[in-house]
Ligand binder design. Structure first.
Ligand SMILES: C[S@@+](CC[C@H](N)C(=O)[O-])C[C@H]1O[C@@H](n2cnc3c(N)ncnc32)[C@H](O)[C@@H]1O
Length: 268
């Protein structure tokens, strides 16, 4: 019997890792809270397959988006599958560009998002600062930069966490998130995503990341130095047993959770 081809690693990533609906429904309310304005022009930095940008232009005919990423392979996938799925009008309001986010764009945006811990791609403070300055220059007055970050000791220790889900048209897929041992001197760590496919085979190291795990305080200091007039941290609420509620609120202090996902917002 002929073996069916392996699904694209980008499709598997989208299905197992991303939640673009939540990001475009939830986060812009904090832009409005901080600026009194409804954001319209969005830039998705480190956009990968541009799922968030696609959801953004679907939400309103007034919304537009630009996605930036360095990797031609993922941008080609985004155009072939995600942009192709948009209706013709929404398609006119979204553009993708192969570009380094450390360079400012001529066009200015109301809000910029850097999701899935992408800011950890920058290992040196000089590079981080270059990115923040470029993002600052690319924002409209009172624009906002949203950084999705993770941390806590549970993000730094070796572990292998597996989750299985049924993906429409593909079948049961296991998503495995592997962490290595954090180096406290360099603040670097290695992470990898592997997929267990419906035919029982494994797509190992489908994605690998060599990240500098920046602390929230370090990011806020760098945002300030880059010219952002204020930064706000959105911290996840937990129930009485400590279980995360997937609801994020501004906070200036927080308990030392074993693992956290948080948003750091820079306000221009
Ligand atoms: C962790 S992935 C995030 C993908 C997507 N944003 C998400 O939420 O899942 C990081 C992405 O950043 C891109 N990237 C890394 N450095 C970059 C840079 N300096 N400028 C633009 N894109 C970059 C990589 O090609 C990769 O697609």
């Amino acid at each position: 019997m002929k073996k069916s081809p392996s699904p694209s690693r980008f499709r598997l990533y989208e299905e197992c890792v991303q939640s673009p609906n939540w990001q475009v429904d939830y986060l812009p309310q904090f832009h409005t809270w901080l600026t009194g304005k409804v954001p319209r022009k969005f830039r998705e930095d480190f956009c990968g397959s541009a799922r968030v940008a696609c959801e953004w232009v679907k939400r309103s005919s007034k919304n537009s988006a630009l996605g930036l990423d360095l990797a031609p392979e993922v941008l080609a996938y985004a155009k072939k599958y995600n942009l192709a799925d948009l209706d013709s009008k929404a398609k006119q309001r979204i553009h993708l560009k192969r570009a380094d986010v450390r360079k400012p764009t001529h066009e200015k945006f109301d809000w910029i998002g850097a999701f899935n811990f992408s800011v950890f791609e920058f290992h040196e403070r000089k590079e981080l600062l270059k990115y923040f300055k470029a993002a600052h220059r690319s924002l409209e007055r009172a624009g906002t930069l949203f950084l999705e970050v993770a941390g806590g000791s549970g993000f730094l220790e070796p572990s292998l966490e597996k989750q299985t889900k049924r993906i429409p048209g593909l079948g049961r897929v296991t998503h495995a998130w592997e962490q290595s041992q954090f180096d406290p001197i360099t603040a670097l760590n290695d992470y990898a995503i592997h997929f267990g496919l419906p035919d029982g085979s494994w797509m190992n190291h489908a994605f690998t990341y060599h990240w500098r795990v920046w602390g929230i305080r370090e990011l806020r200091d760098a945002l300030k130095e880059a010219g952002f007039k204020r930064s706000v941290v959105l911290w996840e609420r937990a129930d009485a047993s400590g279980a995360p509620l997937h609801e994020f609120l501004p906070a200036e202090e927080a308990p030392n959770h074993d693992f956290f996902i948080a948003y750091v917002i820079g306000l221009k």
